[in-house]
Structures are given as structure tokens and as C-alpha cells.
Write a protein that binds this ligand. Sequence first.
Ligand SMILES: Nc1ncnc2c1ncn2[C@@H]1O[C@H](COP(=O)(O)OP(=O)(O)O)[C@@H](O)[C@H]1O
Ligand code: SF4
Ligand SMILES: [Mg+2]
Length: 389
Amino acid sequence: MAKKKETGYLSAKESRRIAKANRKITDEFEKKYKRKNVPESEYLTEMHDKSNVLEIDDLHTYFFTDVGTSKAVDGVSFEVPQGKTVGVVGESGCGKSVTSLSVMQLLQRPQGQIVSGSIRLNLGDKAYDVTNTPIEVMQKLRGNFVSMVFQEPMTSLNPVFRIGDQIDEVIELHEGQHMTKEEIKARSIEMLELVGIANSEGVYKMYPHELSGGMRQRVMIAIALACSPRLIIADEPTTALDVTIQAQILDLFRSLKDRINSSIMIITHDLGVIAEMADYVVVMYAGRVVEKGTAEEIFAHPAHPYTIGLMASKPVVGKKVDKLYSIPGKVPNPINMPDYCYFRDRCEMKCGPECDGEYPHEISLSPTHKVSCYRFYGQQVSDGKGGEQ
Ligand SMILES: Nc1ncnc2c1ncn2[C@@H]1O[C@H](COP(=O)(O)OP(=O)(O)O)[C@@H](O)[C@H]1O
Ligand code: SF4
Ligand SMILES: [Mg+2]
């Protein structure tokens, strides 16, 4: 941790010292990713459970900035089972996007780095540990096996190229060897139809700015699905859209998932979206998972005070409230995390002096339902894997 002056500001000298130390650390990580001709044995791995398409295990992703190290993701673990939808929910800034960018190897580098943990991607015949996979290999996995839909499609669509060219490019990159130009175009148009664009031939020739927000998001989804990925990561895919379009896009995800038999990790701060889409829910707070379980468990029996607060802050149709509940207090600063429960300073259910002790470890309330909170100590059940974790 950097020494700060009493004013809370870093001196220029101190800041330079941090920048230099950061460069040394990030250079090491960069070397690992930029390796060429690495033998497969260094990045292939075994899934812990072959029915999962993704396993994130104790992931730590930090940003080495000039004002200190931001622990954006600080020990996150969860799985995405094959053919299922997992919803990741939490307030803005809790590390949802950084978790998904880590899976895709799309972190803002060199300052953003996975410092420890594993990310196991199951591609059927092989499983990759993304944290050890060199860039040149990862480029082949993205789009082919795992793809991502972002919140704001304008940031991912290139404004100077026609829609058709942008979809063609993805298909060509991944399947160009065994498809002719005409076949690629036919496939692009088919993708546009699949995502519910009626005038597909017309849209194929348009530029992004000629489309509405909802249409652009559909195009993004068409690009993400062009190669039938096993895993789709959708980061706030409907946040920028109005409610009607939002409902249509969610419907689209549901039907497409079944059609191409893939899994979805959907990230949102909106519990309504999770309720509609998810089989499993992961609740994140300040860079960690505080609770996870099946959607039924999380909605019917929320355990962590933060999850309970999130549920209470969700508006319910037909229920009249004077003021919408919001969880009081602020998320701790990721550059200077406390060593006790990160939610303590906002928690209205503190159970006793243990809440001031070290960060609570994870308790299994059922084989699928886990929570990190002292209120449940003593209620641990077998997690179904033989023994405590
Ligand atoms: N490029 C970056 N440089 C420094 N810090 C970052 C960067 N990207 C994200 N962070 C920090 O990581 C934390 C988690 O961010 P993010 O994953 O984007 O949150 P969200 O849950 O809203 O998606 C935040 O504290 C944010 O400030
Ligand atoms: S451990 Fe204590 S302070 Fe933290 S969420 Fe649970 S009850 Fe609240
Ligand atoms: Mg985000």
C-alpha cells in the first residue's frame, strides 16, 4: 500500500515510484501472455466438473494504477453449467465487468492483470486455463467458442464499415477456409434474420448510425452468435435500451440459447433481468461473491444482508411505496479494502463481534447455495462434494 500524505494525496515523487514498481510487475505478466509457440500442456487443463462450460476459481484481477493497486476482483469463484444461464448481479463498480473481461482476456492491459486464480473453459474435447493461455491462442477461442455482448453496441461496432462487412469479417475469420464469399454473405443475412431483423438484406448494407439502439444491439448479438459459441457473456446487454426493446432482446437470448445449445453468463445490476433469465445467480459485492445459488434459492431465501437489501430496493408492480429503499452507505475503496467483512459498514443485520473479525469464509446452506456471512456460521451443510470447503 502506498504511503499517503495526511491530505490523502500522493506526492509526484511517490506516484512516480508506484508507476515504476507497477511497470516491473506488469512487464512480468505481459511476458507470459506474449509468449509464442507455447506447448499446449502449459495452458490446457482439466475441468473439475465436465458438465460445466466455465469454472472461475479464486480469481484475483487487479489494476496497477499510479495511485495504487485497485483490487477490482478479489477472490471470485463460480461456475457456468453447460446449457444454463448464470446471472451475475451487484451494484455498479463491484467487479462484474472486470470478471467477464478476465474470462475473455480483454482487460485493459498492461495495468489490468489477472494476478492469481484459474479460469477453466470447457471446449468439449479440450479445456483451457485462460489465465495461462497466450494471446495468440486466446484470439482463436474468442468468437469461436466464447463471445461477448457489451452494453453499448456503438463502442464495439465500427462506425465506418457497413453492418454486413462487420458480420462477414467475423465469419470469415473463423470459418473462412471452408466458405466462399457468397456463402459467408448468406450466413450473415441468416444471422440477421435469426436475431429478428426483418429487413435483413437492407440492414446488411447499412452503417451502424442508420440503425436504432435496439437494432444495433441485435446486430451485436448476431456478431456474437455468428460462430455458435459454447458460452455467451452478455454484459448489461439491455441497460441502454428502453423497456419494450429490453424485453424483446431478453426473449431473443432465451430462444437463441436453446437453438444453438450454448450457455449464457448475463451480467446486470437489474434483479428483474436476472429473475427472467437466470437458472443460477451470483451476487457480487466489492470484488467478491457474497452469495450464490439457484435462482429459486436466491429469490425465495436470500441470505446475505446485501442480497436482502438488493431485493428490497427492487420496485414491485402493484406495491405502493413512499420511497424506494436503497442500501445506505458506500462501497469500500478497492485501493484500500478493509480486512473485515466488506459489507460491515453498511450492514443493518450485524450479528455480533465476529463481524469485526476477519472476512467471513463461505458457508454452504445447500449443495448449491453458498453465502459469506457470519450470520450463518454453524449452519453449514455438506456441499455435496464430500467435506467442507
Ligand atoms: N481500466 C481500469 N483501470 C483502473 N480501474 C478499473 C479499470 N476498469 C475497472 N476498474 C475498477 O474496477 C472496479 C470494478 O469495475 P467493473 O468491473 O467495471 O464494475 P461493474 O460491476 O460495474 O461492471 C471498479 O472499482 C473500477 O474502478
Ligand atoms: S458478516 Fe456481519 S457485517 Fe458482514 S454481512 Fe454478515 S452480518 Fe453483516
Ligand atoms: Mg460493468
